[in-house]
Design a binder for this molecule. Structure first.
Ligand SMILES: Nc1ncnc2c1ncn2[C@@H]1O[C@H](COP(=O)(O)OP(=O)(O)OP(=O)(O)O)[C@@H](O)[C@H]1O
Length: 360
């Protein structure tokens, strides 16, 4: 796999900032001392029969960091999170959470983590408060401590005034917020959120993120989340872009976008097919066609556009230049858009009865 042409290879930055790393294929990441990391993962793999869902990933998350796994459906995000939460045994490799091994010290790991999963596990027939109390008992929280904590977490997710409502009457967004509150109840060191906003409408997703961002300030907690929404990855301190069981690249969202280095140019023309041919012949640019026109990437979009008008033998109706997004980063490092990756994963996954059963 190759990086974006001409772009300097971004570093796989491990907590502590220890030196640059090369990154593509299976990158040799220098890991910090396991004792300094909230999550520490070395060469982790997971196979299902002959299929390798997670293929030797390596990364570390610093205490207090919000770290995201960004990738299309089927990339191995949930499988990784399930291993880190001790719900699935790795095939090989090592993973430590809060300094404890996820295989050898499951109970220690479980005490230190909170989970918010894609599928709701709330009891619909209990009130918000009863759901939380049940969880506090499971974790053996002393009664007074539980009561205080319950007040705090309900306030944190804006549900204090709905504490006595039956969960069945909650909207999807409220349920997700309650799940986040529950995940935080026992004051975990690391909160795992697997696609925390999947299935919610854009406005509710934005609200959930407001709460998550506030939590980061209030709790100084480490967060590990997965998402296939590019915009959500922007909330992370660092992200790992994952594809087909591998970490393709890992850095801050800003550094990743800077590494792509090229602007995205979208044009609408009188004849897109001819324009695409001319772009290839005259400028060596491969443009992709969408319903709305042509898209391509160049360094210095603004200075390129006048040349385009002067040299393209087709009338240009409109031009739009955009700075790189995480979408472009995904495209640059994997060679396809996350939407195409999702579509092909969908075809692949569609055949699997296991996945069909899991999907709502
Ligand atoms: N128990 C299982 N048995 C067989 N295959 C599995 C199992 N769990 C996961 N897989 C396969 O492993 C691959 C990775 O799945 P995983 O759920 O980790 O992906 P993901 O990135 O989290 O995507 P999604 O958001 O759709 O869950 C997929 O191809 C999936 O079909």
């Amino acid at each position: 796999m190759t990086g974006p042409s001409g772009a300097p290879e971004p570093a796989l930055v491990a907590p502590g900032g220890a030196g640059p790393r090369s990154l593509l294929g299976s990158p040799p990441v220098d890991l910090p001392d396991p004792a300094e990391a909230a999550v520490w993962v070395r060469d982790l793999t997971r196979r299902f029969g002959s299929f390798e869902a997670v293929r030797g990933i390596r990364f570390a998350v610093a205490p207090g960091e919000t770290f995201g796994f960004l990738g299309p459906n089927g990339a191995g995000k949930s499988t990784t999170i399930a291993m880190l939460c001790t719900l699935l045994r790795p095939t090989s490799g090592t993973a430590l959470v809060g300094g404890y091994d996820v295989v050898a010290a499951r109970a220690e790991v479980r005490r230190r983590i909170g989970l918010v999963f894609q599928d709701t596990t709330l009891d619909d027939y209990l009130t918000a408060e009863e759901n939380l109390r049940f969880h506090a008992e499971l974790y053996g929280l002393p009664r007074r401590q539980a009561a205080e904590r319950l007040d705090a977490v309900l306030a944190m997710v804006g549900l204090a005034d709905r504490r006595r409502s039956i969960v069945r009457t909650f909207s999807g967004g409220m349920k997700r917020r309650l799940e986040i509150a529950r995940g935080l109840l026992h004051s975990p060191r690391v909160l795992f959120l697997d696609e925390p906003t999947v299935g919610l409408d854009p406005q509710t997703r934005a609200h959930i993120w407001e709460y998550v961002d506030q939590l980061r300030q209030a709790e100084a907690i480490t967060m590990f989340l997965t998402t296939h929404y590019m915009d959500e990855a922007e909330h992370c301190d660092r992200i790992a872009i994952v594809d087909q069981g591998r970490i393709v690249v890992m850095d801050t969202p800003e550094a990743l976008k800077a590494s792509v280095g090229q602007d995205r140019v979208e044009i609408q023309t009188a004849d897109d097919a001819r324009a695409a041919e001319a772009l290839a012949e005259r400028f060596g640019i491969q443009a992709t066609r969408s319903g709305e026109g042509l898209t391509f990437h160049v360094a210095g979009g603004e200075s390129f556009v006048p040349r385009l008008f002067a040299e393209l033998p087709v009338t240009i109706a409109s031009v739009r230049i955009a700075r790189p997004t995480l979408d472009d980063v995904f495209m640059a490092y994997t060679g396809r858009s996350i939407r195409d990756a999702e579509a092909s994963a969908g075809e692949r996954l569609g055949a699997s009865p296991w996945v069909r059963a899991r999907r709502r």
